[in-house]
Design a protein around this ligand. Structure first.
Ligand code: CMP
Length: 399
């Protein structure tokens, strides 16, 4: 399907697709070119080149327009089959933050009429919008947004504490300095500026207490400010490091040993299995398996929950469960769509490694087969699941 193929290209760079990398590379280069043209167009010494800059910016915006149409067209492909509604899914892309940035990147195409309506300064700011498109390519920005969301409570607490301190300090500054410096500390509102530059330890020096008591207060404020203003930075740094560790986790012996399916194996066997598994994470709402797709791997859930979408109901699988085994066992397409309910850490077992593992461990093969038969339900897939001949499973096919 053409739309599906293009969807994989425009969104595939981060998933390792070669065409996706090329697509991202071209758009990234056009973004840089467009920004360069915008920035240089403000340089008086390059006035002779102004027409070239305008043409370059418009050519770049034409590429962005193509990209925008492409992204809007393939947007429904990012939604779980069965839940797709093309008009709604396209609108969801258009009003999403990245969709709005993509739309803003088209400003150079309408710069002249927009400049007349909004003024040249506003349009110049808008012409820098393509640079924001780069946000899409760095998962670190996504991670940062995630960290801020996760740490919102401690951040809110630190912010509230800072606000209390700021108001108390500015009131103190006003009370102590208002007579000596009525022009600068004439009201609490005026004193707020001194409070903020003192607490943040920036200390521009434009406003400073002159009375002895005011200076003591200022000294205390600087010391408190160092601790208080460092708090949110510390919360964010710790949260960021923790989130990066969760996202880039390494498959270790202890992680595999905690998976219920492997936990009764001897230590040495677990060490061998570590080599066969790959780490993978999934964001909330990410589709991990699409119904009727050919199967290339199965997953063990080591953190989080996924939802198996069956025709009549949805089944939630939890930490410690596995999924994606049915298609590998029966050598048939995927029986259901599986979507991450929240952030998930997964161990991925590729099809070739799956058959190797099952051939080497008939007890595991029997256990997995029992679960698969139960899941497949009365006679739907069971007949299609070939039985292992006395546990002597073949290494290169379904057992
Ligand atoms: P597979 O068919 O490879 O891909 C979809 C997966 O959903 C399937 O493997 C099972 O792992 C899982 N699945 C399908 N039906 C059920 C069910 N009834 N209960 C739990 N998991 C299921």
């Amino acid at each position: 399907m053409l739309a599906r193929r293009w969807h994989d290209i425009v969104n595939g760079g981060s998933k390792g697709s070669v065409m996706g990398h090329w697509f991202d590379g071209i758009i990234g280069a056009v973004v840089l070119l467009s920004t360069l043209a915008t920035v240089l167009s403000t340089e008086p010494r390059a006035a002779d080149w102004s027409l070239t800059f305008v043409i370059a910016e418009r050519a770049c915006a034409a590429v962005f327009a193509l990209e925008y149409c492409l992204r809007a067209w393939v947007a429904p492909m990012g939604v779980t089959p069965g839940l797709r509604r093309p008009a709604r899914d396209r609108l969801a892309y258009i009003v999403s933050p990245l969709g709005l940035i993509d739309l803003l990147s088209l400003v150079p195409l309408v710069a002249t009429p927009l400049g007349e309506a909004l003024g040249g300064d506003v349009v110049l700011m808008l012409r820098c919008a393509p640079l924001l498109k780069l946000l899409r390519y760095f998962s670190a920005f996504d991670t940062l947004a995630h960290v801020v969301r996760n740490e919102r409570k401690p951040l809110l607490a630190a912010g509230t504490l800072m606000l209390i301190l700021l108001v108390l300090l500015s009131t103190g500054g006003y009370l102590l300095e208002r007579e000596a410096q009525p022009g600068r500390f004439g009201s609490v509102v005026q004193a707020l500026w001194w409070g903020i530059v003192t607490l943040s330890t920036v200390g521009y020096g434009d406003v400073a207490p002159v009375t002895a008591a005011g200076r003591v207060l200022g000294g205390v404020a600087v010391v408190m400010g160092m601790g208080m203003f460092a708090l949110p930075a510390g919360i964010l740094a710790t949260g960021f490091a923790e989130e990066m560790r969760r996202r880039n986790f390494v498959v270790t012996w202890s992680i595999v040993a905690r998976v219920p399916f492997f936990e009764h194996l001897p230590a040495l066997r677990i060490a061998e299995i570590v080599e066969l598994l790959e780490s993978r994470t999934a964001a909330r709402g990410e589709t991990l398996i699409i119904k009727n797709d050919p199967a290339d791997s199965m997953y063990f859930l080591i953190e989080g929950e996924v939802e198996v979408i069956l025709p009549a109901r949805k089944i939630v699988l939890h930490t410690g469960d596995f999924f994606g085994e049915l298609a590998l066992i029966s050598n048939q397409p995927r029986s259901a769509t599986v979507v991450a309910k929240g952030f998930c850490q997964l161990l991925r077992l590729r099809v070739d490694h799956f058959h190797r593992l099952m051939a080497a461990h008939p007890d595991l093969a029997a256990e997995m087969r029992a679960v698969a038969e139960r899941r497949a339900g009365a006679g739907i897939m069971v007949a299609a699941v070939p039985r292992a001949a006395g546990g002597d499973a073949a290494g290169d096919g379904p057992w």
